[in-house]
Design a binder for this molecule. Structure first.
Ligand SMILES: [Zn+2]
Length: 317
């Protein structure tokens, strides 16, 4: 047992329950929001998120990890209100996205850490809601010098507080392995790291290379069928379970109740990716895995035991 930080206060890891390890309540550019009041209808997003989280709660999910980094619009006021109204546990993150902003060039990692650590120790945006996990991201460009710095920031935040790290990767450049290399250089125990978006590939050799080094992998983009359809994602997980890796897999969607990456709004997105929501895993994926021969104990491991273990290892901070 360990006490960890949810946005509505400390919780015991024994109460985490069925946990979706990589989701987003709202992704909306801070600078566009500050410049254009109607960039996002925050009240509508909150209402939609509350309905979505109540629905996923009714399906047995107790905890959602919101991995929105600071610089794509993490807004703790929104996350916290949604958690309170939907009566669901949400764990928020600190960390920066892979987008390389001008100010990052000249800042050494230690100086960035001095700012971000306040999210973990004091609270986010002047509230008492503390971050419970560290997010970092590497995309198509791979580990550039600035990206390496951001991975070092994540490693240092983790080492100072003990909270786990969870990442975004691009499978086509095998950046999960490059991230692990940087974390190792920084003295990180790789079993405290979730390498994200590994469910985007069927390349078992790549996934087993990551697993062999001790990290958990996020099979965390269920519903993004344009990258890989559910059927293939399920088959990949079934194959990994068959090879004995269930203790190192977690499930999620990387879904968003609002995301401004695409014009057209939530309606267009729902039409393009109808299963990209918080319900697909408990509703469809778990039964599909069962049908594919995945043992009950492995399902409990991936949805409940592994998230608990990942958070529990940190102890108090
Ligand atoms: Zn994400």
């Amino acid at each position: 047992m360990a006490t960890i930080q949810s946005v509505t206060g400390p919780i015991d890891t024994s109460d985490l329950g069925f946990t979706l390890m990589h989701e987003h309540i709202m992704i909306a550019s801070w600078s566009m929001r500050k410049s254009f009041a109607d960039w996002v209808d925050v009240d509508a997003v909150k209402d939609r998120a509350v309905a979505e989280l109540q629905a996923v709660g009714a399906l047995g999910v107790s905890t959602v990890v919101d991995l929105t980094p600071i610089n794509i619009g993490r807004d703790i006021h929104v996350i916290r209100e949604v958690a309170e109204r939907a009566e669901i546990q949400i764990i928020a993150a600190t960390g920066l996205y892979y987008t390389e902003e001008p100010w990052l060039e000249a800042w050494p990692p230690e100086k960035i850490v001095e700012w971000l650590i306040r999210d973990l120790t004091d609270g986010i945006q002047g509230t008492s809601s503390r971050a419970g996990i560290v997010k970092c991201a590497t995309n198509h460009a791979g580990v550039t010098p600035v990206n390496k710095k951001l991975l070092q920031v994540a490693a240092q935040l983790h080492r100072a507080t003990g909270v786990p790290i969870s990442t975004h990767t691009a499978v086509e450049n095998r950046s999960g392995l490059s991230q692990q290399d940087v974390f190792l250089e920084e003295g990180v125990d790789l079993s405290r790291v979730v390498i994200g978006h590994c469910g985007d590939t069927e390349d078992l050799a790549y996934l087993e290379e990551i697993l062999k080094r001790g990290s958990t992998i996020g099979m965390d983009r269920f519903g993004i069928d344009m990258i890989l359809p559910t059927e293939q994602r399920v088959a990949t997980i079934a194959a990994l379970c068959e090879r004995g890796h269930a203790r190192q897999l977690v499930l999620s969607h990387d879904a968003c109740c609002h995301i401004d990456f695409f014009p057209g709004g939530p309606e267009l997105l729902a039409a393009a990716a109808p299963n990209w929501n918080f319900r697909h895993v408990p509703q469809d994926v778990v039964p599909a895995l069962r049908k594919a021969g995945v043992a009950e104990a492995d399902l409990v491991a991936m949805t409940t035991d592994n998230p608990r273990r990942i958070f529990e290892a940190q102890g108090a901070y």
